[in-house]
Design a protein around this ligand. Structure first.
Ligand SMILES: Nc1ncnc2c1ncn2[C@@H]1O[C@H](COP(=O)(O)OP(=O)(O)OP(=O)(O)O)[C@@H](O)[C@H]1O
Ligand SMILES: [Mg+2]
Length: 300
């Protein structure tokens, strides 16, 4: 578990599996302060209630119609990093593939589909996955959403309308989207106030960024959205990647995050054990980079 020194606020990872007591004292290795740690289960860690909305509240859609550019990995690890800084974070799996749900070990859960069919209440299907981190899962029935919503007049605002009554429960909401421009991505963009466009330093992925940029511009008449491009899975030893990276920087300038996510095998290992890389190996390159990204996102 994560413990935080009362005095200097340093965070530590503590393995409590060998400690028999639930209430004990520890000494901070940084400032020497002695403080109590209570590991007894606390209902309120996972409690979901409306609370004061943070002034920098954000609903962030993570989009690129190119597949496999780390949209889901970014949603998971950025969300987990933001939750570590005390923010109450909701991750939304808005993709029929349900990869985000799978990465968190949540298979065949109720989804937006059952909510739309009035078979489930939205707050009841939200899963608590860690302190400060919740998931709104996806399932394969969501492929029927687009067809069923088509008859509704506010088709594009399906997600936005559903989130309205629950958004005050969270400081930050991250929406993972599929590699397509149909139904899910426009709905996520219309629900969001900020967009992250992950891309690999590859020619075709760069094309996906431009197409996503075009959709954002097309929506701008009625719905203004700020966005940043995020370079993912970067391998600086690859010359072609370096060329595409410099093209991206020239085109997007300050619309690119300073943080870059490198290619890191730890990321793939972490997914096998259903853990965000920031918990699997907090010192790994990608863990440190996603934590840096969280700081940058908070500052935007
Ligand atoms: N920094 C990284 N280093 C190494 N591998 C990575 C990294 N980020 C993501 N991956 C791997 O790349 C693959 C694609 O990642 P991910 O599923 O997040 O992409 P996606 O854009 O969500 O894909 P889709 O478009 O299918 O939804 C996964 O196998 C993931 O483990
Ligand atoms: Mg994905």
């Amino acid at each position: 578990m994560i413990i935080i020194c009362d005095k200097c606020k340093t965070r530590f990872q503590l393995d409590i599996s060998l400690i028999k007591k639930t209430l004990f004292k520890v000494r901070c290795s940084k400032c020497e302060h002695v403080f109590s740690v209570d590991t007894s289960p606390k209902e309120d860690v996972y409690e979901l209630t409306p609370h004061n909305i943070a002034p920098d509240k954000k609903i962030i859609a993570i989009c690129n119609q190119k597949g496999g550019v780390a949209k889901t990995s970014t949603c998971l690890n950025l969300g987990a990093s933001l939750s570590l800084s005390g923010k109450r974070v909701l991750l939304i799996d808005f993709d029929v593939q349900a990869n985000l749900s799978l990465l968190l070990g949540q298979k065949n859960q109720l989804s937006f589909y059952e909510v739309m069919k009035k078979e489930a209440e939205i707050l009841k299907i939200v899963k608590s996955v860690r302190p400060n981190l919740w998931l709104l899962p996806a399932n394969s029935k969501m492929s029927l959403l687009a067809k069923d919503c088509l008859q509704q007049k506010d088709f594009g605002f399906f997600l936005r309308n559903l989130l309205e009554p629950i958004k005050s429960h969270f400081d930050c909401i991250l929406i993972d989207t599929p590699p397509s421009i149909k139904f899910f991505t426009p709905n996520a963009l219309l629900a969001a106030d900020f967009v992250i466009v992950p891309t690999q330093a590859e020619f075709l992925a760069m094309n996906g960024v431009m197409q996503t940029e075009n959709i954002i511009k097309a929506l701008a008449k009625t719905h203004l959205l700020d966005y940043r491009v995020l370079l993912t899975m970067y391998d600086e030893k690859n010359t072609a990647s370096k060329v595409v990276f410099s093209k991206l920087k020239a085109r997007y300038k300050d619309k690119m995050f300073n943080t870059i996510i490198n290619f890191d095998f730890k990321m793939q290992e972490s997914q096998i054990v259903n853990q965000p890389v920031i918990f699997y190996d907090e010192k790994s390159t990608s863990a440190l980079q996603y934590k840096a990204l969280a700081k940058e996102v908070e500052a935007v």
